[in-house]
Design a protein around this ligand. Structure first.
Ligand SMILES: [Zn+2]
Length: 470
């Protein structure tokens, strides 16, 4: 069955045709490890997980690479704490009085914890920028030798006027700076504001720098993704994935660097996830609307419920997050687990071939292959639940589909959680909120109310935990 993806490069849905039959090489832009990941970031990384799971459901052998930016990502405009043109990791190190490595290690661990909680499967490679400086330098030297890069005032820039394809991904036209001016690095030393940094020589007090033919310095942000993707996957990739904010200038820069150096098309399919909004705005620390997984957990919403919530909306549409919607997702997740436990308990075996079962399987396959139409899969599951299929057939389908949905339903069904009444759940949510607000009197009162209902609450390191006594 064909797989169709929306390709940002051609602005259309296209049949997926890999470079090598049965194989898919994909690269996804990962975190800049200088602060905690939030659920908006996670929605983007979930996209690469879903693409990979869909490909694997279709029997592709996938190689996935995701970079860890632990150096060289200059701030643009999205943070109060980092000035424009300042390296995000170094700025965080200075602010937290730690070494850059301590900062990067701490937030890299935070990133992996969040992926695990969301059941986002690990990529095959997680290259760190600081481990691949030689590959970046080699690429910059190639670009320079081809006349695509120039040195000026202690920096090496990519000369976009020498790369005719510049702008093909984003539609950003040279000379038309009104749209992009705030997102292009502001640097007076460049010949053209669209030119972007490949390497900058460092002043002597800079903590982290590497030797190069231009003197000790450090790389720009875009070059790491070109260098590391091609190092692990070769000059051509099948898929390149990232958040919509990366289309310009980051991904445009990657195309210019990679295709400029190799003379070959770089990534065939470019997929971008739309942002998650909170209170109608992109999540950012400067706006003050950042929500992390721990904030969800404090309110009784599991990371996997957030995952389910994401599945209910098209990845190319903005998601405006609300607590009501998240609570509904938590309830839906619990309902799925209950269904599976019930269906599993049924001992009747399914007689094959069962036409209903095959129909459902085909519908699921068509939907996920049609540019990840998960929002139509979820209602189909509720419809199946009401269908007169044998329970064992329903269990079989749901478990099979969960290899793509990634809700860990099998684990949950094996150890069913005791059920809470709506009143008990509401009390637990209110107590978590009271604790988050440091309202200890209210939190103690709610603990007593819960105890009277047979729910014993304990405060864990991350969130409150409960056991049911009757
Ligand atoms: Zn990248």
């Amino acid at each position: 069955m064909d797989i169709v993806f929306y390709n940002t490069l051609t602005r259309s849905k296209e049949k997926f045709e890999p470079l090598a039959p049965g194989q898919a090489k994909m690269y996804a832009c990962g975190p800049t490890v200088y602060r905690h990941v939030h659920i908006g970031n996670l929605r983007t990384w979930l996209l690469s997980d879903l693409v990979r799971r869909v490909l694997e459901y279709n029997d592709y052998r996938v190689t996935e690479v995701m970079n860890i930016t632990d150096m060289g990502h200059m701030a643009e405009d999205d943070s109060l704490t980092v000035a424009p043109g300042e390296d995000k990791v170094l700025a965080a190190a200075a602010a937290e009085q730690k070494t850059p490595k301590e900062i990067a290690d701490y937030y890299t661990a935070d990133f992996f914890d969040a992926l695990t909680a969301m059941n986002i499967r690990p990529a095959h490679h997680y290259p760190k920028a600081t481990d691949h400086i030689p590959q970046m330098l080699a690429l910059i030297e190639t670009l320079e030798s081809k006349g695509l890069a120039y040195e000026k005032s202690g920096a090496v820039f990519f000369d976009v006027s020498k790369f005719p394809g510049y702008g093909k991904l984003s539609g950003h036209a040279l000379g038309d700076l009104k749209a992009g001016i705030h997102r292009v690095e502001i640097d007076e030393t460049k010949d053209d504001p669209n030119d972007f940094l490949l390497w900058r020589t460092a002043h002597e007090h800079r903590l982290v720098k590497w030797d190069s033919k231009w003197g000790p310095g450090f790389p720009g942000w875009h070059i790491e993704c070109s260098a590391m993707s091609m190092h692990y996957l070769g000059p051509q990739l099948d898929l390149h994935i990232g958040g919509e904010d990366l289309v310009f200038p980051h991904h445009e820069g990657e195309i210019a660097q990679s295709e400029g150096a190799t003379g070959q098309p770089f990534a065939r399919y470019w997929m971008h996830g739309a942002h998650l909004l909170a209170e109608g705005r992109k999540m950012s620390r400067s706006v003050g609307n950042v929500i992390r997984l721990t904030h969800l957990q404090e309110r009784g919403i599991e990371p996997l419920a957030f995952r389910l919530h994401c599945l209910g909306l098209y990845y190319r549409g903005h998601m405006n997050i609300t607590w009501d919607a998240l609570k509904a997702a938590q309830a839906s997740l619990e309902r799925l687990r209950r269904y599976l436990a019930e269906w599993n308990a049924d001992q009747v075996t399914v007689e094959m071939p069962n036409r209903h079962l095959l129909d459902y399987r085909a519908r699921f396959h068509q939907l996920i292959n049609d540019d990840l139409s998960f929002p139509q899969v979820i209602p189909m599951i509720w419809e199946m639940a009401k269908n007169d299929l044998p329970p064992a057939a329903k269990a079989l389908l749901l478990l099979e589909w969960d290899s793509v949905l990634g809700l860990r339903l099998a684990e949950a069904a094996a150890a069913p959680a005791p059920e809470l009444t709506p009143e008990q759940r509401s009390l637990l949510d209110r107590r978590a909120a009271a604790r988050a607000a440091k309202d200890w009197a209210e939190s103690d009162r709610l603990r007593d109310d819960l105890a009277a209902l047979g729910i014993i609450v304990q405060d864990g390191r991350e969130k409150q935990e409960w056991t049911k006594t009757k």
